[in-house]
Design a binder for this molecule. Sequence first.
Ligand SMILES: [Zn+2]
Length: 392
Amino acid sequence: MSETSDGTILSSNAIAATDKAGNPIPVTIPIDLAPGVRVVYTTRLGGLSAGDWGDCNLGGKSGDDPAHVRSNREALAATLGAPLSLVGQVHSGHAIDADEAMRRNASYGSDLSGTLADPARPYAGDDDEEIETEVEETSETETIASADGIVVAEETTVVERAGHVGSTANADSAEHIEQADADHFPMLQADGQVSSQKGVALGMFAADCLPVLLADPDAGVIGACHCGRKGLQRGVIGSTVELMVAKGAKPECIVATLGPCICGDCYEVGDEIADEFDAQFPGTFTLTRFGGPGIDIAKAALQELAKAGVPRERVIDSAPRVRAATQYLDHDAELADLCAKDGEGPEDLAERIGAVRHSLCTLENPLFYSHRRTSLAHKEHEGRLLALIVRQ
Ligand SMILES: [Zn+2]
């Protein structure tokens, strides 16, 4: 920053708010988890989505305009300098090897999330830049090409491969890539993904559920998992770590961080659910600020990480960086506009941010999408953030 003679402040490092095509660039919160390993949380800011999905919805299942979702994902991949790897999250305990499952089927990367495709470009990638990361096909992975050239993994092979992944906690969930129809991307059901490739961003959608990002920087293995109440109970953290270990990681060398999620003071559930959860994860029962019983999913995740052999001192706290980003954006015009219009809390940005007690809490922090906050506001639709991890 420098000051001119008339007192005008000039920014010497102005950040472009739009890309070359004039589209907004996602506002993200980066965390350097380990040397060469970056974690990124997206926010509601910097995208084309409007209304209940505003502005940077990355989820493709909640009725948002598919062209907007695609644009937001393309801008995110460009920001990261890496293609995204997306899967269909179903609150399972199952993790997959993204190096085997990835398909180059979208302009922004590999979309196996089963989301609504853009009618204008149902399977994108036709005239888009090639994704540099090659998915190596082995003799075990037979593939079939559909009429339009989209490669979809042969179903039984993937099931076999999923089997050896050893998702012991959730053997009953159906893990396979479902053939896409004209309107949807193919779907691979999984709530954890791992990779040993550089330059691939493993992404997990969330809007109150907890994303957990992991890396063994020495072994060059990364992982991401989606931990809602059920996913935690079904052992998704253990499955993800187990699969990382199968790719050469050592649990004691894994660094992890917990992304934004609904906090124990806000996540109200019924008595029965809270009791059941607390029986599995002792000490996670809470009395929420709404007066009822709740659960602390982040606390349960820490127990699961410990159980999987990840040392507590290697769990990095994302809160300081997220808190700083929140404070940095406390005069942000776009965030002020979202808060004024979203009907999900005080219209005034300062008041909204002033009420945030836990910066990582998706319900409290207006930077993030929150399923519970939109439900409390009686809204029909909601957006999704992505928590991502990429090796550089
Ligand atoms: Zn909270």
